[in-house]
Design a protein around this ligand. Structure first.
Ligand code: HSE
Length: 309
């Protein structure tokens, strides 16, 4: 195999109760990347379509992730990467994660899969470190493994893929403002009170239990974030109004997708999903903010090959 075209999907990190540890993979939105073998060792970014991003390897998340991988398996040949960006940078649905995961997934396929999907997380995380100032795996893990994932540890990487009821759907609303993850991380307080920590780990543990038992009521009670959301929601226009609109339309939970500005809601079944999407659209229309909305199943497969030659 000399060349591969892949689909690198968007993802939702944090999922309210799991800052930096919980995430899930989306279906309809994602980047396409073409990766091909070249004679010169190393990595080269040959084309970027759809967005203005750096070609310089050390400044591009795909380049950084690919270099981290090649440092672990030195080769006599190299790779060039074409990135066709569909996920807007700074939208909160894992744009950098898709590029970083895409690069390492594609190269691994061209090499005959010397690394497992789990192994690839540590390389993709290096790209995330460039984008946000500190490596985190809660976007790259669901992209590489599919479905919902839990990051138990980043060093060493220890990630668990979680089960997910097939009726569970996601609604993503992207208000068209840009919010850089690095900035949204800088504003966070570095210390958390014991009381809030207890509430948060209670909710996270309960949410995971609810995924295993398919208990939608418990899921709904657990989708709460008392630590990060109060700080970051101030950066998102009409956050409380949108939350009320989603919950009144039947959302199991509503919160910030990753570091925002996108927000997500989870729903039980397509009927509730459509009602929530309608309610969110009319609510944001009233305040005149440009937006886009996506309805998605939880993508259990994750990143995938489109074609190869
Ligand atoms: N867990 C990360 C954060 C995700 O919230 O900063 C960024 O998409």
């Amino acid at each position: 195999m000399e060349e591969i075209k892949i689909f690198a999907p968007a993802s939702v990190a944090n999922v309210s109760c799991g800052f930096d540890v919980l995430g899930f993979c989306l279906d309809p939105v994602g980047d396409e990347m073409i990766i091909r073998k070249i004679e010169t060792p190393g990595v080269k970014i040959s084309k970027i379509v759809g967005q203005k991003l750096p070609f310089e390897i050390k400044k591009n998340v795909a380049g950084v992730a690919a270099e981290a991988m090649l440092a672990a398996c030195p080769l006599k040949f190299g790779f060039e990467i074409e990135i066709h960006k569909k996920i807007k940078a700074g939208s909160g649905i894992g744009s950098s994660a898709a590029s970083a995961a895409g690069a390492v997934f594609g190269i691994n396929q061209l090499l005959g899969k010397p690394f497992s999907a789990h192994d690839l997380i540590q390389f993709a995380m290096e790209g995330e470190g460039l984008a946000s100032g500190s490596p985190h795996a809660d976007n790259v893990a669901p992209v590489l493994l599919g479905g919902f994932t839990l990051v138990r540890s980043m060093n060493p990487v220890d990630v668990i893929k979680l089960p997910c009821p097939s009726e569970l759907k996601a609604i993503i609303l992207h208000p068209k403002i840009e919010l850089k993850t690095m900035h949204a991380r800088e504003i966070l307080k570095k210390n958390v009170s014991l009381k809030k920590a207890v509430t948060q780990w209670g909710n996270l543990a309960a949410f995971i239990s609810a995924l295993y038992t398919e208990d939608f009521d418990l899921m709904s009670r657990s989708l709460v974030d008392e630590i990060v959301e109060p700080m970051r929601s101030l950066l998102i226009p009409e956050f409380e109004k949108l939350k009320t609109a989603a919950v009144e339309a039947g959302a199991l939970g509503f919160g910030i997708s990753g570091s925002g500005p996108s927000v997500y809601a989870l729903a039980n079944g397509i009927q509730d999903t459509n009602a929530i999407a309608d309610s969110l659209s009319s609510s944001i229309n009233q305040v005149g903010i440009d937006f886009e909305i996506h309805i998605s199943a939880i993508n259990n497969q994750g990143i995938k090959v489109i074609s190869c030659k």
